[in-house]
Design a binder for this molecule. Structure first.
Ligand code: TRP
Ligand code: SF4
Length: 400
């Protein structure tokens, strides 16, 4: 009924690193070739926890967008924007808050988890409790049905589905839905109307999904329908009531295999990162000084790659031949650790080369980035306004 639409957001927490690249951005770059994609800077979400450090948000936001572009996110394919510049997200958040039971929010597992994790900060705030609902508004306002996220965000997507369902249940049922839908069928013209009825029966009685798809195509082609009638006919075809908000699905991104310099997961809080646009010198130095198998004290001591964070990097970056060379050379003390690190250094530098190149243009001329975002905000806003028109009407706010 709606084209597959992908949306994801990221809080502007500072420079991105290779963990973000391998865990998230590579996936975005792939998705942008396959679907219409919207990617945004979740600056309001950053404020839910960083409300007392407003100075950092702007700089982090622009740095992050440059990192996206450096990684190959392409503004001619995907829409890039900043959440707070599409204020309709806040309006939808407010309207949804009217029908969101407090218990639902209190039960989202990230609520207590994060409060405990960030215990130095007072997060008993209205805004923080509403974090998942704001995220729901982000998603639902674009009727996005695919949301690429990591495992930790799955409860938020599930929450968004529940909110969409509740909203549709409360507001999607016109009292005279069936009557209006039958009127709308007539407007298709005799021939189309007959086909529509056949397809509808085949889907509802036999679960024939091909019939459903053909029904969608038929409605897509029907030119003379009003938005309202179109929605009704989509809903009637599927046997549901009018669907105002679309239930999204998480598009689970595989857990990032990117290790940090110390073998733990790469993360800013562990201080073990290589940033996306780190200088070649610094990359070289960081990898050269990486911990290796602690049992390998002297060059002549054999080592065990399974106990060495450098091996984790080989798993990400090296081909079979190189990996065998490491396994054999390490276990037999045939190679030294510095030698072993060379192919890793080369591979990281090679991966970063195009990123530096792409970023340079934006660093030289920051207005390029500003324009990309201004353009993206405008496009996003158009889509958001379409949904908001239906939402306002549904909740009874489009009165004269
Ligand atoms: N909460 C998400 C995170 O921390 C960021 C986010 C905000 C988001 N709004 C979103 C992700 C909407 C996907 C869709 O990663
Ligand atoms: Fe690690 Fe390579 Fe040294 Fe073995 S040879 S300990 S895998 S760095």
């Amino acid at each position: 009924m709606y084209a597959e639409r992908v949306l994801s957001g990221m809080r502007p927490t500072g420079r991105l690193h290779l963990g973000h690249y391998h865990g998230v951005l590579k996936n975005w770059v792939k998705l942008q070739n396959e679907h219409p994609c919207l990617f945004f800077v979740a600056d309001w979400h950053a404020l839910t926890t960083a409300y007392d450090e407003p100075g950092t948000i702007g700089e982090n936001a622009w740095e992050m967008v440059i990192d996206w572009l450096a990684a190959g996110v392409d503004p001619s394919q995907a829409t890039l924007f900043i959440q707070s510049r599409v204020p309709e997200h806040a309006e939808l958040h407010l309207l949804l808050s009217m029908m969101t039971p407090l218990g639902w929010l209190e039960r989202v597992p990230t609520y207590k988890d994060q409060q405990e994790k960030l215990e130095h900060k007072d997060l008993s705030t209205y805004g923080f409790l509403g974090y998942p609902l704001l995220q729901s508004a982000d998603i639902l306002i674009y009727r996005a049905n695919r949301v690429p996220v990591g495992e930790d965000q799955v409860p938020h997507i599930e929450f968004s589905r529940e909110i969409a369902r509740r909203f549709n249940h409360l507001y999607g049922r016109e009292a005279d839905f069936e009557e209006k839908a039958r009127e709308a069928v007539k407007k298709l013209g005799a021939k189309r109307a007959k086909l529509y009825e056949q397809l509808r029966t085949r889907f509802q009685q036999e679960g024939d999904h091909q019939a459903l798809e053909r029904g969608h195509a038929l409605l897509d082609e029907a030119q003379n329908l009003s938005m309202g009638d179109r929605e009704r006919l989509f809903g009637f075809l599927e046997g549901s009531s009018k669907m105002i908000l679309v239930e999204p699905d998480a598009l689970l991104t595989e857990a990032a295999k990117m290790p940090g310099l110390d073998g733990q997961k790469m993360s800013k809080s562990y201080n073990n990162t290589i940033s996306l646009r780190e200088s070649a010198d610094s990359v070289t130095k960081k990898i050269r000084t990486m911990q290796t198998d602690p049992a390998r004290v002297r060059r002549t001591d054999p080592g065990d790659p399974d106990k060495c964070p450098v091996w984790q990097f080989h798993l990400v970056y090296s081909d079979e031949g190189t990996k065998q060379w490491v396994q054999q050379g390490c276990r037999s003390a045939g190679i030294g650790c510095i030698e072993c690190k060379h192919p890793v250094i080369d591979a990281v530098l090679k991966e970063q080369e195009p990123m530096h190149e792409r970023a340079q243009a934006y660093l030289d001329d920051p207005t390029l980035v500003r324009n990309i975002i201004a353009d993206g905000c405008e496009r996003a806003r158009k889509l958001a306004l379409e949904t908001m028109r239906d939402v306002r009407e549904a909740v009874g706010l489009s009165y004269a």
